[in-house]
Each structure stands twice: as structure tokens, then as C-alpha cells.
Design a protein around this ligand. Sequence first.
Ligand code: FAD
Length: 385
Amino acid sequence: MADAGFLIVGASQAGAQLATSLREFGATCPITLVGAEEHLPYQRPPLSKAYLSGKVEADSLLLRSAAYYAEQGIDVVTGEWIEDIDLAANGGRATSASGRTFDFDGLALTVGGTPRRLPVPGADLGNVFYLRDLADAAALRTALGAAQRVVVVGGGFVGLEAAAVANDLGKDVIVVEALDRLMARVVAPVVSQFYLQAHESRGVRVLLDTGVVGLSGTGTVSSVELSDGSSLAADIVLVGIGLVAHTTLAEQLGLEVAGGIVIDAHARTSRPAVVAAGDCTALRSEDGPLRIESVANAIAQGRAAAATLAGVHDPPVRGSVVLVRPRRHQAPDRRSQLRIRRRRAARRPGEPAVLRALLPGGPAHRHRRDQRAPRLHGRPEDSRG
Ligand SMILES: Cc1cc2nc3c(=O)[nH]c(=O)nc-3n(C[C@H](O)[C@H](O)[C@H](O)COP(=O)(O)OP(=O)(O)OC[C@H]3O[C@@H](n4cnc5c(N)ncnc54)[C@H](O)[C@@H]3O)c2cc1C
């Protein structure tokens, strides 16, 4: 295995960044990026926004072209699910479900996660959707076309974004949230309140403090049973109740896992030979392991992991922000000034620009240019929403 090179398991935002950064940091050895999906790495954010609303198509979501990977000497292997990894003294071998093997000198796990399933009777009925990958989004987009009554279970980012798109498309949308406010895990109460009012004012019905105890229908879902004994008629149900990090491979390798693969600020796992990055990780912090699901974090950790594998010094990651040397302030160029003025003019009175992102017609519903071409350093304003 003299020159087996680096193997990156999971070909999405973090994995693609890691591969790209390895070359940037001067790695000349083979790099293999292997992923279970049939596509080259693509952006997920538009799946609940411009792609779901039909404004963009799948081919515009790619993070990089096939030609780019070829030029960089990055071997992207699609459609292979790695189910077994053996670590040896200096490297190891991964085996996919189809029996393909991949030898490596250095290993990275960028395996993301899978949507948390709704644990109630009837959850396996037809027209119950989750939204994580392109296949999910394509199926939901088709079903939305024929549906009128849409129930969204979970008032988090993905659920609210999809609710806003469905509302824009003229559907009757009800969001059911078990907690007493929207996006309770990630925003302050005042921001939850803002979103509640904004969605309601646009015609989305929001039920807080309400659990879902069952789904019913014949073959496909037709009603959602609620904890207060009432039920909601539904043509489709979208479940957005969080992500479960993929940790099976990490557990197999004996890595420390705490809701995600535990890493330090240099993306090192508890075994020095293995790095990890992105949604599958839990960053060690003073307050305990920190799980962050965002593009900015996947980019920052992907880069940190590449630096560790390549043995170069790079600023450590803290949360979703990479600590970078301060840059001298630059006045915005003319195009940026015009863009800022246009945004200010479009803002509704009393509605902070940053908070409009998740609302129908808001910036989150447009294709975000900054996510098409990943930045080398994640910035706070790149993160979710
Ligand atoms: C609908 C939606 C909207 C979003 N909107 C935003 C947003 O607006 N802003 C934002 O910052 N973030 C957003 N996010 C979150 C963001 O997309 C994720 O944080 C980011 O994609 C994480 O990248 P990742 O590479 O860590 O994981 P993932 O993108 O989950 O990729 C992991 C990849 O690994 C593959 N894999 C897993 N296990 C294996 C295995 N054993 N073998 C082979 N392959 C494997 C998976 O198939 C997958 O392709 C959104 C996410 C979704 C789903």
C-alpha cells in the first residue's frame, strides 16, 4: 500500500471540500472520494428552496464539474456504500456493499447523516416524505404538484423552508411543531416569534406545542392524528424533525462517538489515523460535543481535515467559523453597492434582512451563488438559512 493515498468516504459538501483542499495544500498522492449517491457532489440547500419550487434543475446543483475532478486528479466514485473498514498500522482498506475495495494510507469520514424518522403508526404510508437528498427532493417536488393539503411535521429550517415553498405554490400548508416555538434548537425566542408571525401572515397555519401521534390512510396518507385528539386532512406529509449522524463506520473503528463522530478543532478523531468533517461530526468544546449542520461548517471542517491529513498548518475550526487572520477592510465595489441598495429597497418595513431568508420569496428561495462555489473559509453569514 505504498502509494494508496487518501480515501474520503462520503462525497458531498465536506468530502468535496476536503479533496479540493488536499490538492490546495500540495498533496500529490492519489485521492479517492467515494459516495453512496449516484451523483457527483452537489449542494443540498437549494433542495428545499429553488429546486423544490422548480426554479432550478438538478444539473445546476453540482459543486464542481467532472472535468474539475479529472484535472485535479481526484477520483470520484459514485454509487458505492462503504460498509466495512479495516485499519492497519499505516493505512487500511475499505470495502463497499458491492464488494469493491479501496486501499488507503489516510482516511477521512464525511458521511453526513440521515433524517430522523417519525416514530408513529402509519409513518410508512405513501406520500410521507423526508428531505435530505436529490432523490427525496425530486419525489417531493413531483408529489407537491398534485397535492393541495400539505402538513409539515417539524418547525425547523428544512420544514419551514419547504412550507414556504409549498405556500408560494398555492398549497394549503400547516406546520405542526411539538415544542412551544419554531426552530427552538437554533434561534432565540424573539427570532422564533418573528418567523411565526411572518409565516402566519403569509397564510401558513402553525400549530405549536402539538405532537403527531399517528398517520392514517389507505396506502397513502390522508390524515395526521394530533396529540390533542384532533386530526388534519393531508395529501402529503413532509417530516423534518432532525438528522441522525451516520456513525456506524466510526463505531466499527472504535472512534469516540457522542451523537456524532467526536473531533477536535483540527478535525482529528479519537484515532490519529482518521479525520472526520461535516454533519457527521460532534466538535469537542468546553460545553461538550457540539453538532453543527451547515454548509459553512462542512467547508471549514473539510478544510481543517485536509490540513491535518496533508500535515500543514491551518487555522483551527471553532464552531462553524474558521479563525482567520483579520483582513484589511475593503469598501464594497460598485456591483456590491448596487446589490446592497437593491436588498435594502426590497426589505419590508420593520423586517430585518437576515430574517427574511426563510420566508416565501425571501433570499433563501433563490439560488445562493456563494454556495455554488464553496469558499475556502466558511463565514458565519454562509450558515443555515
Ligand atoms: C434540504 C436541505 C436544506 C439545507 N439548507 C441549508 C442552508 O440553507 N444553509 C446551510 O448552511 N446548510 C443547509 N443545509 C445543510 C447542509 O446541506 C449540510 O450541512 C451539508 O450538506 C453537510 O455536508 P456533509 O458533506 O457533511 O454531509 P452530507 O451532505 O449529508 O453528505 C454525506 C454524504 O455521504 C454519503 N455517505 C454516507 N455514508 C456513506 C457510506 N457508508 N459510504 C459511502 N457514502 C456514504 C451520503 O450518501 C452523502 O452523500 C441543508 C440541508 C438540507 C437537507
